[in-house]
Write a protein that binds this ligand. Structure first.
Ligand code: MN
Ligand code: MG
Length: 644
């Protein structure tokens, strides 16, 4: 007997037979108990809805708004647990200011934990970005957490745990008949092992990151033994395909383990249940299930609250899930491009961090320089990108001074930067007017807490670097009658490196030369041609220095040749600080319209389009031939131009 509908039962029966077990069934008269799990992930210090870069509230973000959803979810169901899935402490000027001053974590409780303690979080895990400010800062901050923090795959270099790998939450809940029952909920946490690459300078020699599934298999038997329900807090995406050791996104692989009942996922900043994951094998994107197990991914910056409703049935003295329903509840929606808030912010949350909020606002409002012209990122996909040019100028200026007199000083010095704010959401673009600029406006030009690194590469490797970056463009069919989407939908703009000091063309009608892992899959060619340095073709064996960041140099984005020993300089400064300092030193910043890359002639007129900012409508004149076409996604404008 089962409460699941027959079709579902059949599916799960087959899955169980194949070893990818979903839920068990229970006798019809077995006692039942409802348990609701709530989850946030990738808050990135969006504790309130304040956008520190634009100095205005943003009702699509903020834990203060999620708090209203948490309260509502608890009113509906008293048996509730609340989790966070990591990437909490870094991501906006509030996080930066705290890390820079060090005051709050030293002197008291980090505001993130102050808020989460007040909201009654039950357990959490740490994400990759928790390590961005160094281990000492993280350890001080974690002391403020009044609830258990777990991480099963991160250890100290001596083998001892960095955090407890698991926690057991013992709770007394009312069952369906109103009787009080003791239920033990096991929690196990995971972060991407790639932290050892992404934060190498902070972690090398201090931590070890294990394979996620191997760590799960090591710790699950004991946890399973002592718990009724086991929840995996996976700071990773869903993944898929055959298992690869060291998997960054292990959600699906964890769901297939018999010891895990529920998977909370994150890291890829998407939403489950929902259309983001439709059509993936072994994923039920409508119901919110991975391999038949309940799963959620609650967006990012507080965009959603994940809700997992479990029905537990008792068998002997143990409880186990027999049914579930999952939701990702949004704090706002978009209605024909307009943001409609669905909840109001919790003013108690705002009060809790008032002092740090005000200090951060004062810090970011400092005037630091002047722009002679407006600087925006609206049309980077046409090749017009003043932000990248500006950052590259600052990085080259900084590195030239540091390298002066070194053995490398004679080599050509180039700089790589990608458009970080180029449409992550319909509002996430750079748009700084000419005139005096505040720190917040310049900080926005470099969104990540990276540190500056210089690598030495050959001309051949430079070409592979640009080839890997050019994967961002979809494969365009020359002369196609329809308007074609210019971009590959799932590739991040932060991996489209533009190298100042070179010029090249990109032919998007040709297949990409590399795959996501940086392996050459089209050996006979690629998309880059006419690669030149100061007007002369780049020799394969010529040597260059390239200023970049620790993420790229240590292997982030799997660029060919990176992650090895090509580093010639690890600077003590963050890239963002380099940009801030450079802007402050200039009387007035003028950015040349350098356009280092162009699309190659393809022989037949072909119209391509990208989703852009509605706010960019009145700037189309900046790019000849650019025009608006009907939008295909709500909240976005769509801009088209022709390749010839
Ligand atoms: Mn994140
Ligand atoms: Mg992450």
């Amino acid at each position: 007997m089962t409460i699941l509908p027959p079709s579902r039962r059949d599916v799960l029966g087959v899955a169980a037979f194949l070893g990818t077990a979903g839920l068990r069934s229970a006798r019809a008269d077995a006692p039942r108990l409802r348990l609701r799990l709530l989850a946030t992930s990738d808050l990135h210090m969006a504790l309130t809805d304040w956008d520190y870069y634009r100095a205005r509230p943003d009702p699509t973000t903020g834990l203060s708004r999620v708090a209203a959803l948490i309260a509502a979810a608890r009113r509906e169901q008293a048996n509730t647990l609340l989790f966070d899935d990591g990437d909490l402490l870094q991501g906006n000027p509030l996080g930066d200011h705290l890390a820079r001053s060090g005051e709050a974590p030293e002197g008291g409780i980090h505001p993130a934990y102050r808020v989460m303690n007040a909201l009654g979080y039950d357990a959490a895990t740490i994400g990759n970005h928790e390590f961005n400010f160094g281990l000492d800062f993280l350890e001080r901050a974690l002391k403020g957490s009044a609830f258990p923090q777990v991480s099963a795959n991160i250890r100290r270099a001596d083998g001892s745990p960095f955090l407890p790998p698991t926690a057991v939450l013992r709770r007394r809940f009312a069952d369906e008949g109103g009787g009080l029952r003791d239920v033990a909920i096991g929690v196990i946490g995971f972060a991407p092992p790639q932290i050892m690459t992404w934060d190498k300078s902070n972690l090398e020699g201090r931590l070890v990151a294990d394979d996620v599934v191997a760590a799960a298999e090591r710790h699950l038997p004991a946890l399973r033994e002592s718990c009724d329900v086991v929840v995996a807090l996976c700071h990773g995406g869903l993944g898929g395909g055959p298992y690869r050791p060291g998997e960054e996104n292990a959600g699906l692989h964890l769901a297939r383990l018999a010891g895990i009942d529920v998977v909370i996922t994150g890291h890829s900043h998407r939403v489950l249940p929902g259309p983001d994951f439709a059509g993936r094998p072994d994923v039920d994107a409508t119901r919110g299930a991975l391999a038949g197990k309940p799963a959620v991914m609650p967006g990012f910056w507080g965009s959603h609250l994940g809700v997992v409703d479990l029905t537990l049935a008792q068998e002997g003295d143990r409880w186990h899930p027999v049914d579930f329903a999952c939701e990702a509840r949004p704090i706002a929606r978009r209605d024909h491009g307009k943001v409609v808030a669905l909840v109001e912010p919790d003013t108690k949350v705002e009060q809790l961090i008032r002092a740090e909020h005000d200090a951060t606002r004062a810090w970011v409002e400092q005037p630091i320089g002047r722009f002679a012209q407006p600087v925006d990122s609206f049309f980077v996909w046409t090749g017009r990108d003043p932000v990248t040019s500006l950052v590259n100028r600052a990085q080259i200026d900084y590195a030239r001074r540091l390298l002066a007199g070194s053995e490398h000083a004679g080599l050509p010095l180039l700089s790589a930067m990608a458009p970080f704010r180029a449409g992550y959401t319909p509002d996430a673009w750079i748009d700084v007017p000419a005139g005096p600029v505040a720190l917040r406006q310049v900080a926005d030009l470099y969104a990540y807490a990276n540190t500056l690194v210089v690598v030495k590469v050959t001309g051949a490797l430079l070409r592979e670097w640009l080839e890997h970056a050019a994967r961002i463009f979809a494969r365009i069919v020359p002369g196609g009658a329809e308007i074609q989407s210019l971009l590959e939908p799932r590739l991040p703009s932060f991996d489209f490196d533009v190298v100042s000091g070179l010029t090249w063309t990109i032919d998007p009608t040709r297949p990409p030369r590399t795959d996501a892992q940086g392996r050459i899959v089209t050996p006979e060619g690629g998309r880059i041609s006419d690669l030149r340095h100061e007007g002369r073709p780049v020799e394969e064996t010529a040597e260059f220095l390239v200023v970049t960041n620790n993420y790229r140099a240590d292997g982030g984005g799997s660029f060919p040749g990176m992650g090895g020993d090509r580093v010639v300089l690890r600077a003590p400064d963050g890239n963002r600080d380099v940009v801030l300092k450079w802007v402050a030193e200039q009387t007035e910043v003028t950015v040349p319209d350098e356009r280092p890359w162009r699309f190659a002639p393809i022989g037949r007129r072909t119209t391509v389009a990208f989703d852009g900012a509605p706010a960019a409508r009145d700037r189309l004149g900046l790019v000849p031939g650019l025009r608006e076409v009907p939008a295909v996604r709500d909240g976005w404008a769509r801009y088209a131009f022709d390749l010839d």
